[in-house]
Design a protein around this ligand. Structure first.
Ligand code: GRF
Length: 192
């Protein structure tokens, strides 16, 4: 059995964090055992804290205001991940631009609500909804030093529906994310 020790980092709702916990906390598949050994947020009011606590996962809150620089904040995050012997870090709506202190030291995946490389950055969902394309989608990629730019692991599209509200569109993108992210994690863990 190979043991994988995941960390989840999130900032707000945490619906992907919850879904990842459901899929991987105390689970096994093929010859792999997985658990979420660490959760971190930069926002004490993040809804994901409560969602993860239902799985018995305690979230560490790291308040960016207590750190003099982006580097100092990232150093703290990296130390916690290393202390927990995390094998793979899963960013799930973690709303921070990461420095090389993080990206050079941590193997991580991220999920983004657009067909990357289109619509990078914090407004990916809104920009995907508003542009004139007939399709939108979601992407899971390896985290690299450039924002939303690492190698793509999983990507799928949905067709846009005429006159669909932003809320409905968002729900459909999220539903896609809940399938895509676990698939990407399994692919990485199983080297496929
Ligand atoms: C998701 O749409 C994800 O793609 C993006 O941030 C959003 C997080 O949503 N990076 P939630 O907090 O998982 O509900």
């Amino acid at each position: 059995m190979i043991e994988h020790r995941f960390a989840i980092l999130f900032s707000k709702e945490g619906s992907n964090a919850e879904n990842l916990a459901k899929e991987f906390h105390g689970k096994s598949f093929e010859n792999v055992k997985t658990s979420i050994v660490c959760a971190i947020t930069d926002n004490k009011d993040a809804k994901g804290i409560e969602k993860l606590s239902k799985f018995g996962i305690e979230t560490t809150i790291i308040d960016p205001k207590e750190y003099a620089s982006r580097n100092a904040f990232d150093q703290k995050v990296v130390s916690i991940l290393q202390e927990h012997n995390v094998t793979l870090t899963l960013l799930a709506g973690f709303m921070r631009i990461l420095t090389p202190i993080f990206t050079d030291n941590i193997k991580a995946l991220n999920i983004h609500p657009s067909l990357l490389p289109l619509h990078k950055g914090a407004n990916g969902m809104r920009e995907s909804y508003e542009n004139s394309m007939k399709i939108a989608g979601a992407t899971v990629h390896i985290v690299s030093s450039e924002l939303d730019s690492g190698e793509i692991v999983e990507q799928e599209c949905i067709k846009k529906i005429e006159n669909e509200s932003f809320e409905e569109f968002k729900k459909r993108v999220h539903a896609l994310e809940y399938l895509l992210y676990p698939n990407a994690v399994r692919k990485i863990v199983l080297n496929r």
